[in-house]
Design a protein around this ligand. Structure first.
Ligand SMILES: Nc1nc2c(ncn2[C@@H]2O[C@H](COP(=O)(O)OP(=O)(O)OP(=O)(O)O)[C@@H](O)[C@H]2O)c(=O)[nH]1
Ligand SMILES: [Mg+2]
Length: 364
């Protein structure tokens, strides 16, 4: 693969070409191809920057889940990390105090949650400004993004979203799309999005897909569809941390703006004065959708409880305990929120809830 610098030059060239031809109807096919090319170069840049292993930019995922703190310089990300974990990330008034990624662990309700403090993001980070590419590339491993916003500059959130989107990272539910490739008959389309059918076909053709049943059930942008087809899109859940509330009399206007423009949970805090930090912890925990499952009788070497992701079944618990054991399980008894009465018998695909106590019954 080409080096990151070369790729970036190529991206710029493609974008210039795109700007020249995009409104010309006669070159429609060509425009579709260009868009597909742009997407694929963007994806290569992300991969290349991940591979470069810039010092301090690559952190291994540990613990039950990973939360990434994303925000402009000096919004208080490091102060928040230090408050939530035992980490000691440098904080200061000047911008770009944090230059690498600093990890910490937040222990909360039996879960070990990794929190990553990032360098500040600035406009055009996706083009490499302020090492932004490496920072954003790392976000792909996140289970949750916590946007850290300065209460005095709430519109920062719009820039952050834009930076993420330009690298095909989206803060929303994954769009409902089904693609089944065929040998012939072209692109058969069911299209519930606002994209024109021609546009959708062009994008698929741009990636060398000429025969397929394509069903698009959600609305999405052309860029997002490119990300989907090139498999470079990532969909993440997020919360907004409105920091430095100690500096303002009230923040009703800011809350209203955030709540009406983004359907994300907002937690006002002051990292400096430790205001609302417990609420921030519980919001993070709930947004991650972690559930705790207790096993009865307790195994000698087991940490109790086990922490899993929402949607886990009795089978997934058995599999973590032992993959062979999982195949021998016939059913289980459960006491807790996922059942109607204590010791209810359930099948192995039963979906568990936080606080369930489970007893496995082996196949004889
Ligand atoms: N008044 C006030 N100041 C805060 C608060 N949180 C952080 N600060 C101050 O804001 C400055 C920046 O804080 P940092 O935690 O270093 O911010 P950062 O987002 O990590 O900054 P970079 O690493 O440069 O991106 C420091 O002087 C902090 O003491 C807060 O809740 N209220
Ligand atoms: Mg910092």
């Amino acid at each position: 693969m080409e080096t990151k610098d070369k790729l970036e030059t190529r991206l710029e060239e493609l974008k210039e070409e795109y700007a020249k031809v995009k409104d010309n109807k006669a070159t429609n096919k060509y425009v579709g191809k260009l868009r597909a090319k742009i997407a694929s170069v963007k994806k290569d840049i992300v991969i290349a920057s991940r591979r470069r292993h810039e010092k301090g930019f690559f952190v291994k995922k540990t613990g039950d889940s990973t939360i990434v703190l994303m925000g402009f310089p000096s919004t208080g990300k490091s102060s928040i990390l230090n408050d939530l974990t035992k980490a000691n990330s440098k904080t200061a008034e000047y911008a770009f105090t944090t230059i690498g990624i600093v990890p910490g662990t937040m222990n909360y309700r039996d879960a070990h949650i990794q929190i990553l403090d990032m360098p500040g993001i600035i406009n055009d980070a996706h083009l490499g400004a302020g090492n932004g590419l490496s920072v954003i590339a790392q976000m792909r491993i996140a289970d949750l993004v916590a946007f850290v916003i300065d209460v005095k500059q709430v519109n920062q959130i719009e820039f952050l979203m834009k930076e993420l989107n330009s690298l095909h990272i989206y803060i929303k539910r994954k769009p409902d799309i089904v693609v089944i490739e065929n040998k012939s008959n072209g692109i058969n389309l069911i299209n519930k999005s606002k994209l024109r059918n021609e546009e959708v076909k062009e994008i698929f053709n741009g990636f060398g897909i000429y025969n397929a049943d394509v069903r698009i059930y959600d609305d999405l942008s052309d860029d997002e569809l490119i990300g989907y087809v090139s498999r470079s899109s990532v969909y993440l859940n997020a919360i907004i941390v409105l920091n430095k509330i100690d500096l303002v009399k009230d923040y009703k206007k800011e809350l209203d703006y955030l709540k009406s423009n983004f359907s994300l949970k907002v937690i006002p805090v002051s990292a400096l004065n430790s205001i609302n930090m417990e609420e921030l912890k519980s919001t993070m925990y709930n947004a991650l959708g972690i559930i705790r499952i207790y096993i009865k009788p307790r195994l000698s070497d087991e940490k109790s409880p086990m922490t899993l992701k929402k949607g886990a079944t009795a089978f997934s618990v058995a599999k973590i305990l032992h993959s062979e054991f999982a195949n021998e399980i016939k059913y289980a008894y459960i006491t807790g929120p996922s059942v109607k009465y204590p010791n209810q018998r359930v099948g192995i695909m039963h979906v568990l809830k936080d606080g369930d106590i489970i007893t496995f019954i082996k196949d004889k």
